[in-house]
Design a protein around this ligand. Sequence first.
Ligand code: DGY
Length: 325
Amino acid sequence: MAKPRVFITRVILEKGLGLIRDFCDMDLWIDGLPPPRQVLLERVRGVDGLLCLLTDPIDGEAMDAAGPQLKVISNHAVGFDNIAVAEATRRGIPVGNTPGILTDATADLTFALLMAAARRVVEAERFVRAGLWKTWSPALLLGADVAGATLGLVGFGRIGQAVAKRATGFGMRILYHDPSAGPLPGIPAERTDLETLLKESDFVSLHVPLNSGTRHLMNGRNFSLMKPTAILVNTARGQVVDPVALHAALKEKRIFAAALDVSDPEPLPMDSPLLELENLIILPHIGSASRTSRERMSLMAAENLIAGLKGERLPNCVNPEVYRV
Ligand code: DGY
């Protein structure tokens, strides 16, 4: 019997890729950069399944290009803002994602960024390498205290809660804003409105999905509510922060610093004014980039893909309403 045809938009880790290779007739895009739009539209033609990354916009046009036989779209990410899920649902196509397995890796990186920004680790390292370190000095590179500070979590889902658990070890006061998440047993976190959180927090960390309600949530008004000593951490999605407002807030020292794993756009162009700022740390979207997490992501994405091809329910489906007939 002919194997189902699939297009995989990038080389993922072998754990998942091996499964797909065994089960499918696999067309694999081996370039390090995402397939250009036209190439994507051509390569999806006639496939039964598509495994894509957060860098691949999968909209109605891409689904039409694939054709009516398309049975499943599997995203190699927990976030799925790159996929027009409503369009997929309308066509009865289940969409898979990879929740849970990258929670700890992303929470660890959030904390690494929080601490690096607080204690100016990246700036201090640059200082040494530039040959500027002449002596120990009482006021050299003074930063913010982490222990006992107030942490405001915007979004209190899996990753926000995992960051809260880490923060308790530092004796932090924890506030969270999330209309849909309740308290977490054993974690003394207080629920607040966004305004109170922004006004009272020493660290504001973003953990919301990107959607029409969260795009540019951190805008000029919301930056103006933050303390001048506060630090913004974003490991969610770049577009949750308005980059122009962020630049102004950092440049005019309306906040102390920002530490980002994600940006708008990605990658940040080399002539972005944000890259000129000393009080900004920027990483290339590596929140889930631990060996175990990426292995598990590849496996989970492959399992979602294969389940969809077999006509089985996806183990992790973002639009389960496709199964309600
Ligand atoms: C995700 O999974 O959504 C992260 O942004 C990348 O792992």
